[in-house]
Design a protein around this ligand. Structure first.
Ligand code: SF4
Length: 353
């Protein structure tokens, strides 16, 4: 059965030529409003409804838990797939009241094993299907006040490495962007990667309005290798080369994120190495990356009892890090990584419900 949430109206019309273009748009729009397009009075002819019912369905992710942070308006959803996997989605409040971004997962678990990330400890269980990625946004949207609140953007920064499931991520972006489906502006969508160069180039070619985010880890190879095993197969030089091509092709400055870890990547030498990378990127592309410094959120011991290997840096060291960057003309954003009391903050998603 085809999952209707994973299709745009044009794709639906292609697989069901008996539908008119208007019917295909109605069917997709009803699916995303949570209505069943196979019922009478849906504005779709009976023969078309029957054709849809024969080959398509509207599967759902099961909502196992909804955890609202007591600290801020973050909400974490623990969702279940039909084959028994758990995944997590986070509702992130934006500055403008009533506007939210949805942090979606693209895989169950992740193969890339970044040392500071709870998802990385799970290993890869499977890729999510296109509809399972899109459905996460509907689940969040369903809980919003229709009159005063809306989903403004999507960030692929939940569980998984989006570039490792890029066919489905790109297909999901197309659906999110479609006016009859979720109608989310592509410029409000960001795909974050730990650094898969082929995926970065493909994202630029196939979704040129979508912003790129890169987890830098450390600008120094030895520290980055310790934090992100991907550095062994794709060194930061290679990743930033692909990111520079992306910036030149799309005209968009990328987001760079660094999670500061006490005694690992939080000293002034690290800040200066990062400043060099920013200067080089600017020189090559004419664009300044938007640099976010993220405080580390403890991920606690693993299920097998492995202790959390990292600690959050101190305020003094963080300020010294920022000051060293500022002196080199590099300005940073303090990304507020909220929802820490419900394990919804960056790096904490691990399907613990
Ligand atoms: S940070 Fe991203 S790429 Fe790294 S292990 Fe976690 S989910 Fe995977």
């Amino acid at each position: 059965m085809l999952a209707l949430q994973g299709l745009t109206p044009v794709q639906l019309e292609r697989v069901m030529p008996e539908l008119t273009a208007d019917e295909a748009r109605r069917v997709i729009s009803q699916v995303h409003r949570g209505e069943d397009p196979r019922t009478p009075n849906s504005g779709v002819r009976r023969t078309s409804r029957e054709a849809v019912a024969r080959i398509a369905s509207v599967p759902r992710l099961e909502v196992h838990a909804t955890r609202r942070s007591q600290l801020d308006p973050f909400v974490k959803y623990a969702l279940g797939t039909a084959d028994g996997h758990r995944l997590e989605t986070v509702r992130i409040p934006l500055e403008r009241a009533g506007r939210f971004s949805v942090c979606v997962s693209s895989q169950v678990g992740c193969a890339l094993a970044c040392a500071f990330c709870a998802t990385g400890r799970m290993g890869l269980q499977r890729n999510l299907e296109t509809w399972e990625i899109v459905e996460q946004v509907r689940v969040v949207r369903r809980d919003l006040d229709r009159k005063s609140e809306r989903v403004h953007g999507v960030v692929f920064q939940g569980m998984g490495e989006p570039m490792a499931n890029l066919d489905r991520v790109l297909a999901a972006i197309e659906v999110m962007n479609d006016p009859s489906a979720l109608a989310i502006d592509a410029r409000a969508i960001t795909v974050c990667t730990s650094g898969l160069p082929a995926g970065i180039r493909r994202l630029g070619r196939e979704a040129p309005k979508v912003r790129l985010g890169i987890s830098i880890g450390s600008a120094l190879a030895s520290a980055r290798r310790r934090l992100m095993p991907i550095e062994r197969s794709h060194a930061l030089d290679e990743v930033l080369e692909a990111a520079a091509e992306h910036a030149k092709l799309t005209g968009l400055a990328p987001l760079w994120a660094v999670t500061l870890l006490a005694g690992v990547n939080d000293d002034v030498a690290q800040a200066l190495a990062l400043a060099d990378r920013v200067a080089d990127f600017r020189m090559r592309t004419g664009r300044s990356p938007r640099l976010s410094i993220i405080p580390y959120n403890a991920i606690g011991p693993s299920e097998s009892g492995e202790r959390d290997p990292f600690e959050r840096t101190t305020d003094e060291r963080e300020e010294a890090f920022r000051a060293a960057l500022r002196e080199r003309g590099v300005f940073t954003h303090k990304r507020y990584s909220g929802g820490a009391d419900v394990d919804a903050a960056c790096g904490q998603l691990a399907a613990r419900g």
